[in-house]
Design a protein around this ligand. Structure first.
Ligand SMILES: Cc1cc2nc3c(=O)[nH]c(=O)nc-3n(C[C@H](O)[C@H](O)[C@H](O)COP(=O)(O)OP(=O)(O)OC[C@H]3O[C@@H](n4cnc5c(N)ncnc54)[C@H](O)[C@@H]3O)c2cc1C
Length: 415
């Protein structure tokens, strides 16, 4: 495309949402992506008939930006059961959401981790998270998630047996050092909508956004080497100018292209996939490690959530490990050993499919990371930035930052 109005660097969710808003306003957009497909950190690989998301991820149907940007119905969302199974003291316990699965709430009261008081505190946490306008939630006092849970009075048993592994799986850190504002945001989203994956994998989300862009907007395998003023230089040496440039790359990529940007610490996760002859857990459950020890944080049988994730007659097991990974072979051995404790000898028949080591999975969000809750997307005249590091570290944050950058450009261009 010659003479674009706007160049967007990076076709993750932020870059796609930004481009879409600009295209809808009839601007000529050039979206440059260094990879071979759109989606950035949200991609799905087809492998031997299995669908492997690049790291275990879920979409929350209550995400406000998602509602704005996506045609959820067309993604054929497949739901997780609200609640979780928790591995603790030698067996799996069921933690049901008392308001959404009242039929199972009684067994949860008698069976799940924590005291009766803890279950009431979950309702209190939920009430706090869903009350008021979403915008008010971002103005509440910010402390670490752990401090907030302690202030609410949760017992150690409840924190270790459920809350820590549950939130660690979202924050991608076990210390619960993430902002309490983010905890409240995600808890509100979990409480007011469904937890889903698209039938054909998480990669269907960016694919849907990309499919709505006119031909010629998205150019793949085009790495941008430098950004200055309103111009970009591609790695092959070509330079392109526009009225505005948006850097929509991942946090580390943005730091490289925009030296003035503050550095981001990133949380990491390793996701192992196994093919199993039988599902180790029946039903679309999230399974958490409620013990204080062990490498595994959470497990999900993806083919129980959406059968398209595995060929007929096989199950796809996703296992998430937080923190520094071991060497590949040792990690796989330790994970198998640990899960044999959970699911028995059947684990020996599991076939390892692939391991995704993701050292740059999510920007860390310790307080005051979300003060302000949204950082500026306008860097200088004609130069903009977006991505989950400008909002909150989620699909919703990435989509929202992309829309904000586009709106700022439209305002500057007098549209
Ligand atoms: C394992 C994992 C689990 C997660 N779980 C969840 C979850 O359950 N729910 C949730 O809401 N969120 C989750 N997230 C977070 C969510 O996926 C991200 O916040 C979001 O996808 C970030 O989108 P982005 O557009 O900001 O950045 P990215 O997805 O990183 O996109 C940036 C794009 O820019 C491209 N790029 C970078 N540099 C250049 C360059 N120089 N030239 C051209 N292109 C460039 C990259 O190739 C990439 O495509 C998870 C993330 C990971 C990794």
């Amino acid at each position: 495309m010659s003479n674009p109005d706007v160049i967007v660097v990076g076709a993750g969710l932020a870059g796609l949402a930004c481009s879409r808003t600009l295209v809808d306003a009839r601007l000529k957009v050039l979206l440059l992506e260094r990879g071979g497909a759109p989606g950035g950190r949200v991609r799905t690989d087809a492998h031997e008939g299995f669908l492997l998301d690049r790291g275990f991820q879920v979409y929350l149907t209550a995400y406000p930006e998602g509602r704005r940007a996506l045609d959820l119905g067309a993604l054929a969302p497949r739901r997780f059961i609200p609640g979780a199974k928790v591995w603790r003291s030698g067996r799996l316990h069921t933690v049901a959401d008392p308001l959404r699965r009242p039929g199972q709430a009684l067994s949860h009261l008698l069976d799940g981790p924590g005291t009766f008081g803890d279950k009431l505190r979950v309702l209190e946490l939920r009430q706090a998270a869903v009350s008021g306008e979403l915008e008010d939630l971002w103005q509440r006092p910010e402390r670490t998630a752990l401090r907030y849970l302690e202030e609410l009075g949760f017992t150690d048993g409840m924190v270790e047996g459920f809350l820590r592994p549950f939130f660690a799986g979202i924050f991608l850190e076990r210390g619960l050092a993430t902002s309490s504002r983010f905890l409240e945001f995600v808890f509100r989203m979990f409480s007011t909508g469904d937890t889903v994956v698209p039938e054909q994998g998480m990669g269907a989300i960016p694919e849907q956004l990309a499919a709505k862009l006119p031909a010629g907007v998205l150019r793949m395998r085009v790495p941008v080497a430098e950004v200055w003023g309103h111009r970009v230089r591609l790695e092959d040496g070509e330079t392109i100018g526009a009225k505005a440039v948006v850097v929509a790359s991942d946090p580390k990529g943005a730091e490289g292209l925009l030296p003035g940007l503050s550095a981001h610490r990133m949380n990491r996760v390793t996701c192992l996939y196994f093919a199993a002859p039988e599902p180790p857990v029946e039903g679309p459950w999230l399974v958490l490690n409620g013990e204080r020890h062990g490498l595994v944080n959470n497990v999900a049988v993806m083919s129980e959530v959406s059968p398209a994730y595995a060929p007929k007659g096989q199950a796809l097991v996703s296992v998430s490990v937080l923190g520094e990974p071991l060497e590949a072979e040792a990690l796989q051995g330790r994970v198998r050993e640990e899960l044999t404790g959970w699911f028995g000898k059947a684990v020996s028949a599991w076939r390892h499919l692939r391991t995704y080591v993701l050292p740059q999975a999510l920007p860390a969000q310790p307080p005051p990371a979300l003060e302000p809750p949204r950082r500026t997307v306008r860097l200088s005249p004609g130069l903009f930035v977006c991505g989950d590091h400008r909002d909150n570290a989620s699909i919703d944050g990435a989509l929202g930052s992309g829309r904000r950058a586009a709106e700022a450009i439209l305002m500057d261009l007098g549209r």
